[in-house]
Design a protein around this ligand. Structure first.
Ligand SMILES: Nc1ncnc2c1ncn2[C@@H]1O[C@H](COP(=O)(O)OP(=O)(O)OP(=O)(O)O)[C@@H](O)[C@H]1O
Ligand SMILES: [Mg+2]
Length: 168
């Protein structure tokens, strides 16, 4: 189900949106990231990890050989990058699906490579490249938890109204 979209006119804004989502994530949440090479998936995950309180000394990076990285935070942060995934046999071999919906939070780059697999409720974020620095994040939910999460996140990312009252 389509929930809406968030426009990000800079890398900084995409990261900040990731951070806002990270603050809302709960155990078992799955976020699938789609979009072409260089769209900003890893940058977004880095923001989300900040929002999840990634421990000092850890830095989210594109894994070169490993498909799965885990970082400690407020919740365990599982960062999966399926760019190099060969096929469904390999997916089962490395046990990607076992991580989804577990005690931690899973953020999966190249989520489309899991097409056809039985997936738990997940929020899909498709990053569309609209210019050198312009990106559009399109949200879609597959179930009740991801719908609630996506809506909360959209509200958190909505442009702030000008007023004299400081907001937390
Ligand atoms: N609005 C924006 N949002 C995200 N990234 C942006 C934006 N504008 C420019 N960029 C740049 O685009 C690049 C995104 O790189 P990143 O590694 O996050 O992409 P990726 O989608 O993970 O790529 P890959 O498919 O290779 O894993 C960064 O260099 C970042 O600075
Ligand atoms: Mg990446």
């Amino acid at each position: 189900m389509d929930l809406g979209a968030i426009d990000c006119d800079s890398a900084r804004r995409t990261r900040a949106c990731g951070r806002r989502l990270g603050r809302l994530l709960q155990p078992g949440d799955v976020v699938g990231l789609e979009g072409p090479l260089g769209a900003g998936k890893t940058l977004f995950v880095a923001g989300a990890a900040e929002g999840l309180g990634i421990e000092a000394g850890y830095r989210v990076a594109s894994p070169t050989f490993t498909l799965i990285n885990e970082y400690p935070g407020r919740l365990p942060i599982v960062h999966v990058d399926l760019y190099r995934l060969e096929d469904h046999a390999e997916m089962h071999e490395i046990g990607v699906l076992d991580y989804l919906g577990g005690a931690g939070v899973c953020l999966v780059e190249w989520f489309e490579r899991l097409a056809g697999a039985q997936l738990p409720d997940h929020l899909r974020v498709t990053i569309e490249v609209q210019g050198d620095h312009a990106r559009c994040l399109r949200l879609s939910a597959s179930g009740p938890r991801s719908s609630a999460l996506g809506r909360q996140w959209l509200a958190a990312c909505a442009p702030r109204r000008r007023s004299g009252v400081a907001r937390p």
